[in-house]
Design a protein around this ligand. Structure first.
Ligand code: B12
Length: 209
């Protein structure tokens, strides 16, 4: 069955993919498994874009399908939302990058687990992160980025946080398609998360320190 959903997304069959997700959810399917399948599908879409089999409109279409799927999954993932706030998190996609689907999944997973997330959106200048951290006295920051150029912006953002004297007081996690340990070291973040589940695990770990 999983192959079906992946295939439908990669073939950009919008209606069929969305109907299948709705069917899976109605039948009590695990939204986290669906998220995993989305990841596989989007990797394939990305490969097709790289090999010039897909062009920008196809990428936009895949993003649109994804957005609709995450809208279906969101209430399921939020089903057991907790009333209390575990802590404040400033989140955003760094300057120069407008990819927000992965960030938005991280946002609602953090919220579902009781965190108060302040989402700055996409293409966020480094100064805006600093401003928000100060305003909220936030202890955790999440930087998202899917483009290679985002690594430099993440690095600059973390330097800006450091220059503002806030680095010692904040824990910074990064994430997004290609992010790995090498990128983490390069940008100077505390940790990276490969998906929203890891983002939640990190936030929980840091908040209890
Ligand atoms: C959809 C898509 C788009 C959509 C984005 C729609 C949107 N609203 O986000 C659109 C069409 C707008 C787009 C535009 C572009 N894109 Co694009 N896009 C993609 C694609 C296919 C999927 C990305 C996605 O949403 N994945 C789905 C999510 C769910 O992915 P995920 O990784 O599983 O998400 C998890 C983790 O990343 C993690 N996570 C995410 N953020 C964070 C943050 C923290 C703190 C933590 C801990 C974890 C975390 O948790 C998420 C949830 O579990 C990728 C290919 C790919 N494989 O990533 C290319 C890709 C990222 N795009 C690419 C490119 C080149 C572009 C463009 C430059 C194209 C162009 N010529 O204009 C523009 C960039 C514009 C800009 N300035 O940002 C390249 C980047 C190459 C590079 N090395 O830089 C990729 C890799 C495609 C490719 N293989 O060539 N794109």
């Amino acid at each position: 069955m999983s192959e079906d959903l992946i295939g439908l997304i990669v073939d950009l069959c919008e209606k069929e993919a969305i109907d299948l997700v709705q069917k899976k959810i109605d039948a009590g399917g695990d939204p986290l498994k669906i998220l995993e399948q989305i990841r596989t599908a989007m990797t394939k879409v990305g490969e097709k874009f790289e090999s010039k089999e897909f062009f920008l409109p196809d990428l936009i279409m895949s993003g649109e399908i994804l957005r609709q799927i995450t809208e279906i999954l969101e209430p399921k993932l939020k089903a057991d939302i907790k009333a209390q706030s575990l802590g404040k998190i400033v989140l955003g996609t760094v300057f120069g990058d407008i990819h927000d689907i992965g960030k938005d999944i991280v946002k609602f997973m953090l919220e579902s687990n009781g965190f108060e997330v302040h989402d700055l959106g996409v293409n966020v200048p480094k100064e805006k992160f600093v401003e928000k951290i100060k305003e909220l006295d936030a202890k955790i920051v999440g930087l998202s980025g899917f483009l290679t150029l985002a690594y430099d912006t993440m690095k600059e953002t973390i330097e800006e946080i450091k220059n503002a004297g806030l680095r010692e007081k904040t824990k910074i996690m990064i994430g997004g398609g290609q992010i790995n340990e090498d990128v983490r070291k390069y940008v100077g973040a505390d940790s990276y998360g490969k998906d929203a589940i890891e983002a939640v695990a990190l936030a929980k770990e840091w908040i209890s320190e």
